[in-house]
Design a protein around this ligand. Structure first.
Ligand code: FE2
Length: 404
């Protein structure tokens, strides 16, 4: 069975039954294909098993689900980690550890001292104007911000947009789900080209020089500052001719972190174990630029693999499968990493005005959903798949917050 992504189960009816009559759901895009906005839900409240199961099903079927105005409920980053645990086991971010780079097996990893933590440095940029939220110091939280090193007297900087990619698809258990909570996004616009920040020229080798002109143009059509662009690899797969889908379902690819790794083979087409929806995961030859070894298609050399995957990337990046999500303060946005690609816009990594501030909190998860908490991941599974080993403690800060 290969359910068409447009044949949705009646989740809309379930939403009001499970969350109450105030809950509403609406498409994020005019095509109604990718993404939903679910309003009238308070995510600071613990979820019942049936509520958690419905949220997981919404992300399974719609790939991206955004929950606006959570700030009005006093949402904190601890609440985000609580929600994240229903989707998978949170993966700590290496950035949060003082000695992660170069550490040897058996070393005890230590978090940065308080005065060096990102949350502390965020608070120092525009004191009294922007303060990070409770729960931001959790090892599982990656603070996406341009406030570190920023302040009223510094010279702003500009950084180019990213490659299209899927986060951590190169580990044996890839990331399943990512969650954002949005506290601040830039509000100033550079009017000269209608974009918020101009994209600086790419350095040589950013993309392989043999990419087609069409693919290059699609890649370089970057989202605007304060946005994340997504490509829907489930709808893109469903739109291919049946014969091609059948061929792709047999394709295996080699995943690995470094070129020197042996890696392992996985199917290019991912089948969601709950919905049965199939998607391309992740059809980008040089995912994450130079930092991760290029993908090899089973039976093909490097150049042939690139040409094969470039054609699929070009298919997925077509406007009909793409959605540029505008992040709005107060949003919780959850996306399925098995069925999407994403990219980030050019942005200012250093700013001298709070209107340019970007402050979002991201938690990424692995493994199966859990409709009840705490999760029951075994120590063996955690040791094999969550590095460094981590479980959300029972008492994470979930103070109702009204930060600015
Ligand atoms: Fe990413």
């Amino acid at each position: 069975m290969n359910p068409d992504v447009s044949q949705l189960p009646p989740l809309e009816n379930d939403l009001k039954r499970v969350f109450g009559s105030n809950a509403t759901i609406a498409p994020l895009t005019s095509t109604e294909r990718l993404g939903r906005r679910v309003a009238g839900i308070d995510l600071t409240e613990p979820l019942t098993p049936s509520q958690a199961a419905l949220l997981v099903a919404l992300v399974d079927w719609h790939r991206i689900v955004s929950f606006p105005t959570q700030d009005t409920h006093g949402f904190s980053v601890g609440h985000l980690e609580q929600v994240a645990n229903h989707f998978g086991a949170p993966l700590p971010h290496p950035h949060n550890y003082a000695n992660y780079v170069g550490h040897a097996a058996g070393d005890l990893l230590e978090l940065h001292p308080i005065e060096e933590r990102t949350s502390t440095l965020v608070d120092q940029a525009f004191p009294g104007s922007i303060m990070s939220l409770d729960g931001a110091d959790s090892p599982a939280v990656y603070i996406v911000t341009n406030l570190v090193g920023s302040g009223p007297t510094v010279e702003p900087e500009v950084r180019g947009g990213q490659h299209w990619h899927t986060d951590i698809e190169f580990e044996p258990a890839p990331l399943s789900t990512s969650l954002f909570y949005v506290q601040r996004t830039p509000t100033t616009r550079n009017s000269s080209r209608g974009t918020w920040v101009d994209n600086p020229p790419r350095e040589p080798g950013f993309y392989h020089p043999d990419s087609s002109a069409t693919l290059s143009e699609l890649r370089e059509a970057l989202p605007l500052n304060a946005e994340t662009a997504y490509a829907d690899t489930a709808a893109a797969f469903a739109a291919l001719p049946e014969q091609e889908r059948r061929m792709l379902e047999k394709v295996m690819v080699r995943r690995r972190l470094r070129v020197t790794d042996g890696g392992w083979m996985v199917p290019l087409v991912y089948t969601n174990p709950r919905s049965g929806v199939r998607s391309l995961h992740s059809p980008v030859w040089a995912s994450r630029g130079r930092r991760v070894a290029p993908v090899e298609v089973d039976g093909m050399g490097s150049d042939e693999s690139r040409r094969f995957l470039d054609r699929l990337e070009e298919h997925c990046l077509q406007p009909e499968f793409r959605y540029d999500h505008v992040h709005t303060p107060g949003d919780v946005t959850i996306w399925n990493n098995f069925a999407t690609l994403h990219t980030a816009p050019p942005s200012k990594p250093i700013v001298n005005h709070p209107d340019d501030a970007r402050l979002l909190y991201r938690i990424s998860c692995k493994g199966d959903p859990s409709y009840e908490l705490p999760r029951s991941d075994t120590d063996k599974w955690i040791a094999a798949n969550i590095s460094p080993p981590y479980r959300t403690p029972p008492q994470i800060p979930r103070v109702k917050h009204h930060g600015r």
